[in-house]
Design a protein around this ligand. Structure first.
Ligand code: C2E
Ligand code: CA
Ligand code: CA
Length: 896
């Protein structure tokens, strides 16, 4: 899944920042530190560079001061040299020096307007290079004159700038004592110079605003000052006076030391030969003003840096937040996946394709898997996550897995089942593998389908095997037989299909229950398996039908031998459940042969089936080979079945009624409804010819219902005819009882004709009471509950069970006509009959003797106290109309 953080809202972004504050903090912190460092650097650089500027200024000031002091020294020195040489000449010439004539102006620097004057002892000018001075007034009172009078004065004096009393111009006076040869004071020689002279070497255009160069006398008096505005001879108002006493130096002079309030760097130096000090003052403000662009530049750098770092911080935070969000998102997805898959029954892998040089997939990376997934691989999860598929899968599976994964990458989906071979104690497993392509790669799920597989195998076996006998079943036969036929055809061999049907099995199953029935089938299957040849096959088709395929039968005799052995082995009685009793079973076998009877398995089986019916009909425990004529008969039988089905609907069934009378009086007590089929072409068909067929085909159920309906209709009709009706008994077969709906059916029919339930009686054989453990009992009880009486039909022919009779609480017992027929044959038969009667009485059941055909029989029965009798002697079953007459007659014994 790709995440697009730009799609998330501002609110989400804020939440994001907050939740990841910890991981984002380094960005603003780091950037703040960098900003501080940047400004510290800016500050330090400014400081350093300013310091350098000042140092340079200091150096420059000192150098200038030094240079200027030397210049001053040189300039003054030049003038002093002139003074001294004139002083010397004056003495040589004994005071008669004419400056106007003698003075060589070339000695004097051109720059300065100077005038040299010699004053006598009284201060009067004697001679001068400036003619204007001669004869003017005395300078005796002037300080620079007075100072030379004492004999101790032998040096050069430099005056402060002053207005010359002689010329009226502002000048500075350099003076020396003129000493006569006797050592007395002879006067003073003076040089008047303009103050500019002393500072002539300073180029004021080079001075900055507020800078100055001052020349001072050692005692502090100002001689000249130069600023960029020009020369001043007087002390400028902004120059402090508290210079240090040391001959040279430099210092920072604070703002308060100057009238203009500007701090300065001041350097000074006293000249070597004269008490003259050169002072250079550099204005800090000017210095700094000069430095201002650089300061601005650095500030700009700081500002840009700060903005950049701030931007970096924000961008970093944002990108970290997005990264953190992505990581969290991915974690959440992972977590969700894991939660969803951890407890899942499925193993789960997330795979990411790894691409080679040509953009083709070379391997897959296991990004994640759950415990179960790891378990299927037989490795801990940690050993799988982060590894490549090729590193974790056994070499033999690699080609296959790569192909599967690549296929899933191409098509989006791959699915199959794999069998994981045994490993250690672990049995082989079946895994279902599904690979689905997702945006990032592949999601692989593994599901254990071992159990499903084993079920499938079991089902497969079951599908081909009969659950009761474990013999192959019909399904198997249908697959095997065509193959066997094909084989026989290609080998030019004969093949025989034996259709084996157990006679009387149904009877055992019905009377002794399914458990015993199954036991019999198992025993029979074992015997069948024992008598066939190893190359022959036996299968159970269902019910009591088995099929034996005799492959590669050379002769008809060989097949007969197999059939004989089968009949023989099944003839031996079976001992089942109750070990006391032996059960006799016979087998009827139909045989068909390939190739003569049919070209395929289906036909052969059908032919064998037909032959089996023929065998069964021609006496049990025998075999028949198929003949085409048998098929015709079968077709007839099948047609008959179809006809019977229609007969019910078409109303071709009619009822005859056979009365039952009081044993002693002959009064009619009941009538038995006996069905007949009036066939359109064959005429009246007795029940023995179609009831078994109806039972076999299931038609007995609708047929039985039709009989009950007709009975009720008849009773209702008789009632309208003012006949004194007696109960009518209907025969109900075991299959009907089995449906569980018989009681409801009877009640419905009675209700439809508004009849008293006591007008209906039900006859069931003992075997019918034994079907389906317990179920028949419940159903019969339900019938009794409606008021219908129950009779046991054909008593003595089936498997009588006294306990069952007791439990059923039947109303009466109809003793089969075989007993009636035999009762007079021997005393033993009579005793048997008597025993049945007394047993029935003991169970409080009425006794009906069936098949009473003679007067003697009736008499014997009367002696035995048999309540009711039925039989040809009393009346044949008669059509309804005649039955009505019998009802009217009431007493049916023939007149004695
Ligand atoms: P069943 O229930 O034992 O019926 C009595 C049979 O004995 C009747 O044969 C009757 O004609 C015959 N019979 C009666 N008295 C004598 C006699 O004195 N001597 C001789 N030899 N036979 C006698 P039918 O009518 O042919 O019925 C045959 C069987 O068909 C019945 O035996 C019964 O089991 C079955 N059946 C008839 N109608 C129905 C029916 O509606 N439903 C069912 N499920 N079975 C029926
Ligand atoms: Ca009957
Ligand atoms: Ca009967």
């Amino acid at each position: 899944m790709t995440i697009a953080p730009q799609n998330i809202s501002f609110g989400q972004q804020f939440g994001l920042l907050r939740s990841h504050a910890k991981s984002l903090a380094p960005w603003p912190l780091g950037c703040t530190v960098l900003v501080i460092l940047l400004w510290l650097w800016v500050g330090a650089t400014l400081h350093r560079e300013k310091k350098e500027v000042r140092q340079r200024a200091v150096l420059s000031a000192s150098t200038q001061a030094h240079t200027y002091s030397e210049q001053v020294d040189r300039n003054i020195g030049q003038l002093d040299y002139i003074l001294q040489s004139l002083q010397f000449q004056w003495r040589e010439d004994s005071g008669r020096l004419n400056l106007e004539k003698q003075f060589n102006p070339d000695l004097v620097p051109k720059v300065a307007k100077i005038s040299i004057t010699i004053f006598d002892r009284l201060g009067m000018p004697v001679t001068s290079t400036n003619p204007a001075i001669n004869g003017k007034k005395s300078v005796a009172s002037a300080e620079h004159f007075q100072a030379h009078i004492p004999p101790s004065s032998n040096g050069l004096l430099i005056s402060e700038p002053l207005r010359s009393t002689l010329t009226g111009r502002e000048v500075m006076i350099l003076s020396r004592r003129l000493t006569a040869s006797d050592g007395s004071f002879g006067g003073v020689i003076m040089v008047a110079i303009e103050p500019a002279f002393i500072a002539s070497f300073v180029d004021e255009s080079k001075l900055g605003d507020g800078d100055f160069v001052a020349i001072r006398r050692a005692d502090g008096a100002f001689l000249a000052t130069k600023t960029n505005h020009g020369l001043r001879s007087h002390s400028p108002n902004y120059i402090g006076t508290n210079d240090s006493a040391s001959p040279s130096g430099v210092k920072f002079a604070s703002a308060d030391q100057y009238l203009d309030g500007k701090p300065r760097i001041v350097a000074w130096r006293v000249s070597g030969n004269y008490p003259i000090k050169a002072i250079v003052g550099l204005s800090e403000e000017a210095l700094m003003a000069e430095y201002e662009p650089r300061t601005r530049e650095l500030h700009l750098v700081g500002l840009i840096g700060t903005l950049f770092l701030m931007f970096l911080g924000v961008a970093g935070m944002r990108s970290s937040a997005i990264q953190a969000w992505r990581a969290q998102h991915a974690r959440e997805i992972h977590e969700a996946y894991r939660l969803a898959t951890e407890n899942a029954r499925e193993g789960f892998y997330m795979l990411r394709p790894l691409f080679g040089r040509n953009d083709e997939i070379v391997d897959f990376l296991i990004e994640d898997c759950n415990e179960r997934g790891a378990m299927y691989r037989g490795l801990p999860r940690e050993a799988l996550i982060g590894k490549t598929m090729s590193a974790t899968i056994p070499v033999i599976s690699q080609t296959y897995m790569m192909a599967a994964c690549k296929k899933a990458m191409q098509t989006g989906f791959f699915e199959d089942e794999i069998r994981v071979p045994e490993r250690g104690s672990r049995p082989a497993q079946w895994l279902q593998k599904r690979i689905v392509r997702s945006s990032a790669g592949l999601a692989l799920t593994l599901r254990d389908i071992t159990e499903i597989k084993s079920h499938q195998d079991a089902l497969m076996r079951m599908a081909n095997a009969d659950s009761v006998t474990t013999l192959p079943n019909r399904h198997w036969l249908m697959q095997h037989l065509p193959a066997a036929v094909d084989n026989a055809r290609s080998m030019h061999k004969q093949l025989a299909v034996l259709f084996v049907d157990l006679d009387d099995f149904k009877n055992i199953n019905d009377t002794l229950g399914h458990a015993i029935g199954d036991e019999l089938l198992k025993a029979a299957a074992l015997r069948l398996k024992a008598v066939i040849r190893p190359e022959d096959k036996v299968a159970r088709l269902g019910g009591d039908e088995f099929t034996i395929i005799v492959e590669a039968a050379q002769t008809r005799e060989e097949v007969v031998a197999v059939a004989d052995r089968v009949i023989e082995t099944l003839r031996t009685p079976f001992v089942l459940g109750d070990l006391e009793r032996q059960h006799f079973i016979h087998a009827s076998i139909g045989i068909s042969l390939f190739p003569q009877d049919g070209p395929d398995g289906d036909t052969l089986l059908k032919c064998a089936d037909i032959a089996m019916y023929v065998a069964k009909n021609s006496g049990k425990g025998t075999y028949r080979f198929f003949e085409p004529s048998q098929e015709r008969r079968l077709v007839m039988r099948l047609n008959r079945e179809a006809e019977l089905k229609q007969a019910i609907a078409r109303g071709e069934l009619i009822l005859h009624y056979q009365p039952r009378v009081q044993g002693d009086t002959g009064e009619i007590t009941s009538m038995e409804a006996l069905v007949r089929w009036v066939h359109p072409t064959l005429g009246l068909i007795p029940p023995n010819q179609f009831i078994p067929m109806a039972e076999r085909t299931g038609l007995i159920v609708p047929l039985g219902a039709e009989v009950v309906r007709m009975v009720c209709e008849q009773l209702a009709l008789w009632k309208t005819q003012d006949l004194q009706v007696v109960p009518v008994s209907v025969n109900v077969s075991a299959q009907q009882v089995d449906t569980d709906t018989i009681s409801a059916m009877l009640a419905t029919a009675l209700k439809a004709s508004c009849l008293d339930p006591r007008l209906l009686e039900v006859e069931v054989t003992e075997s019918a009471t034994l079907t389906k453990d317990g179920a028949a009992v419940t159903e019969l009880a339900a019938i009794q509950k409606t008021g219908i009486k129950l009779y046991v039909d054909d008593f003595g022919t089936g498997y009588s069970c006294l306990a069952q009779l007791k439990r059923l609480d039947m109303d009466g017992l109809k003793i089969d006509r075989a007993f009636t027929a035999q009762m007079l044959n021997s005393p033993a038969d009579a005793a048997l009959f008597e025993a049945i009667v007394s047993m029935a009485h003991a169970l409080e059941m009425r006794v009906v003797a069936e098949g009473v055909e003679t007067d003697e029989q009736l008499a014997a029965l009367q002696v035995l106290g048999c309540e009711e009798v039925q039989g040809y002697y009393i009346s044949m079953p008669v059509p309804a109309a005649e039955a009505g007459l019998l009802l009217r007659k009431r007493f049916l014994f023939p007149a004695a």
